[in-house]
Write a new protein. Structure first.
Length: 64
């Protein structure tokens, strides 16, 4: 959870910095928001999928 919060703050901080670099361009903000969306999808696909250890007995151990 802490890692997700750090990624969120970091990505939105970078996005805000980019938008503030180009204050006169109306097209920058939508592009940055799309890029943030893709970045979140990439990060979540890369960091997700870890298996948790279960405290319950596995089926092989329960049968023994």
């Amino acid at each position: 959870m802490l890692r997700a919060a750090a990624w969120t703050l970091g990505l939105f901080g970078v996005g805000t910095s980019i938008v503030r670099l180009f204050p006169e361009s109306a097209w920058v903000e939508p592009i940055v928001l799309l890029a943030l969306g893709f970045a979140f999808l990439y990060v979540s696909a890369r960091t997700g999928g870890r298996e948790r250890r279960s405290r319950a007995l596995a089926p092989k151990q329960a049968a023994a």
